[in-house]
Design a protein around this ligand. Structure first.
Ligand code: ZN
Length: 181
């Protein structure tokens, strides 16, 4: 951030009084511009033993497959955001959505929250941000073409859980890829 979004003057990094970390503070109006993590919400829409994936029509990772998900908007709940993204990207309105998976990605200041939800025979079609949408059984998932590692992890967990018919809510911290061998 270079300029104050309130008055347009330059900002500097300072620790405001009573705070304990550097913030962007306006040199003119003294507005403090906090920067906080972004929350990505989405669903794992399922039909029996199949999962609905969307092939991305936009960057990043254009052409790769993902579950419907996107940035949460102000004024909505996490679930409402997940269902909105599912509608926008897959033209689907799944039912019985329940919290399933949370990933913390502090190295890029993101949190992913996925709900699992039942398509219940409902329609789906590619939305504006998708090239195509398709139901995949486990053996047909294009594992090498999944857009994001968190999606790969959540899908593998879902297929494992489905075999046991137990779907615990999980959370974990994701480390940057360069921490792995
Ligand atoms: Zn200002």
């Amino acid at each position: 951030m270079k300029f104050c979004s309130d008055c347009g003057h330059a900002v500097s990094k300072k620790i405001p009084e009573g705070d304990d970390r550097l913030r962007y503070v306006c040199d003119n109006c003294e507005a403090i511009h906090y920067q906080n993590p972004r929350i990505i919400v989405g669903t794992i829409p399922v039909e029996g033993d199949k999962v609905l994936l969307c092939r991305r029509a936009i960057e990043p990772r254009k052409g790769f497959w993902t579950v419907p998900a996107g940035f949460m908007e102000n004024g909505e709940t996490t679930l409402a955001g997940a269902l909105r993204e599912t509608w926008e990207e897959a033209s689907a309105k799944p039912v019985n959505a329940v919290l399933y998976r949370l990933f913390d990605l502090p190295y890029i200041n993101q949190v992913y929250i996925f709900f699992r939800a039942d398509l219940a025979g409902g329609a789906f079609a590619a939305g504006q941000e998708s090239l195509e949408v398709q139901l995949f059984a486990e053996q047909d998932i294009p594992w090498d073409e999944i857009a994001f590692p968190v999606v790969t992890d959540a899908l593998k967990e879902w297929f494992d859980d489905r075999r046991k018919d137990i779907f615990p809510v999980r959370m974990s911290e994701v480390e940057p890829i360069w921490h792995h061998k």
